[in-house]
Design a binder for this molecule. Structure first.
Ligand code: CMC
Length: 430
């Protein structure tokens, strides 16, 4: 915090707006008093210049392509650590000691099963339901099954709900997948690590043993780590806003899952792969590039561009490497989809339009190809993003609830509708 302030004046009205500094990143102007002093609201649809909260969890420098969780770079966390360690870091603020890590893994692992009654909840859905539709419903339904951890005023219940969600999201996601393809649910195995257990629940069947490939399990864990949190993005802001009303954590995370589903956000990995399939062959790329540049065509290159990153998304760099590791392991180097992806990447990185607008491949561009190689159908891609992001949503929700200054989020608006007018009975209208 600084003792600087910005003066704002409009006619005879004046406001003295305090300026606060964070540990890194741009300072902020506190406009809380602006309306009281001048009668004006600020206007920033899309929040391009608005810091919606104070947070100690994640820092992004979009120009430099830097992503830090609690001060640690995503590159180091993804290369040297693992997903549950990152979860601990996001939730508690520090990397765990060996003992703390063992204890945390134990606590998460003991919550992996879901209430048996949830099986029946699943079977109420059509088989062809999109797994994200099933996720939205089932995550919201957790508040009905785990009512003993919905009191947000109780720190113990908050932590139990957090551990439950981190532990149960993979189970629910795998159930959504199994239901979708008509196979029996596979129960969690607590002797496996987080990513191994998830692959097992998705790909094992009761009639034969399933062998976990360590390269693929490592890739799964890395995908989870890379998606664990990303500052105040649309779904995280949704979770915070839902939570600001005092709604229970399961309901708030369900709201986050719903928001993540959109193609401009978490749905982009599914949309990116669908786009690659639609392009099909390298010779058709120029046609799609032309469409992406055409202002009158709503088409966009999915998996390119980012609201915050105006440089290479640091997660995309790691994801690209992981993608190649997985394809090498599975021997699918000459996958036509990958060829289209690589050529698209090459063209986009050298084309004036993309350079000028700073549209780099984002994490979803490579995660889609990797997830396909791992054996997931496109409809599951956003579900996996939701599994990974759960910890980020929870950490941000907890931070907000534990902030003594927390109030309900209630934005205002610039009203451009009709002013007050008289009601006319129906036979007097038109
Ligand atoms: N293809 C072609 N042109 C694009 C693209 C794209 N993917 N993205 C942005 N542009 C153009 C856009 O037309 C606009 O041009 P102009 O200035 O001439 O009007 C300019 O670049 C700025 O775009 P914007 O829509 O103002 O930027 P934004 O910050 O509002 O949107 C975005 C960010 C990620 C929604 C957008 O880049 C996009 O739609 N990308 C494709 C979807 C995608 O990959 N989303 C995943 C984001 S990363 C994962 C996550 O955070 O969930």
């Amino acid at each position: 915090m600084t003792d600087q302030s910005a003066k704002f004046s409009l006619g005879s009205d004046e406001a003295d707006l305090p300026i606060y500094s964070g540990s890194i990143g741009p300072d902020v102007v506190d406009v809380t008093g602006l309306y009281k002093d001048t009668g004006l609201f600020t206007f920033d649809p899309g929040f391009s210049s608005t810091a919606s909260c104070e947070s100690k969890i994640t820092y992004i420098d979009g120009d430099e392509g830097i992503l830090l969780h609690r001060g640690y770079s995503i590159d180091e966390l993804a290369e040297k650590g693992d997903y549950l360690e990152t979860c601990y870091l996001l939730l508690y603020g520090e990397l765990p000691t060996a003992r703390e890590k063992e204890d945390f893994v134990y606590r998460v692992t003991r919550h992996t099963m879901v209430h048996e009654q949830m099986n029946r909840f699943f079977t109420g859905f059509r088989r062809d339901a999109h797994p994200m539709a099933v996720m939205v419903a089932c995550v919201g339904a957790l508040s009905a099954f785990y009512h003993d951890s919905t009191d947000i005023a109780d720190p113990h219940q908050r932590m139990v709900a957090s551990l439950r969600m981190i532990a149960k999201m993979p189970t629910i996601a795998a159930m959504a997948y199994k239901y979708h393809i008509g196979q029996p649910f596979v129960y969690p195995r607590n002797d496996l690590d987080y990513a191994e257990n998830f692959l097992h629940m998705c790909f094992a069947v009761p009639c034969e043993p399933y062998e976990i490939n360590p390269v693929l399990a490592k890739a799964m864990d890395r995908i989870f780590t890379l998606h664990a949190d990303h500052e105040q993005n649309a779904s995280t802001s949704t979770v915070r806003l839902a939570g600001s009303s005092g709604a229970n954590p399961f309901a708030c995370i369900a709201a986050g899952v719903a928001c993540l589903w959109g193609p401009a956000h978490g749905g982009a990995n599914e949309a990116a792969l669908n786009m690659l399939m639609e392009i099909g062959t390298k010779d058709r790329i120029p046609e799609f590039i032309k469409r992406a540049k055409d202002k009158n065509d709503p088409f966009r290159l999915m998996g390119f561009g980012h609201r915050v990153y105006k440089n290479y998304d640091p997660r995309a760099k790691i994801m690209q490497k992981t993608c190649h590791e997985v394809l090498d392991e599975l021997g699918v180097r000459d996958d036509p989809l990958l060829e289209v992806a690589m050529e698209l990447e090459r063209i986009a990185l050298t084309d004036e339009y993309f350079i000028e607008k700073k549209l780099y491949p984002n994490v979803d561009f490579y995660s889609g190809i990797t997830l396909k190689a791992l054996g997931f159908p496109t409809a599951m891609f956003t579900v996996l993003f939701a599994v990974a992001r759960t910890v980020g949503w929870i950490a941000q929700w907890k931070e907000m609830i534990e902030d003594p200054k927390q109030r309900i989020g209630r934005p205002r608006q610039l009203y451009t509708g009709a002013p007050q007018r008289d009601y006319l009975p129906v036979d007097g209208r038109g």
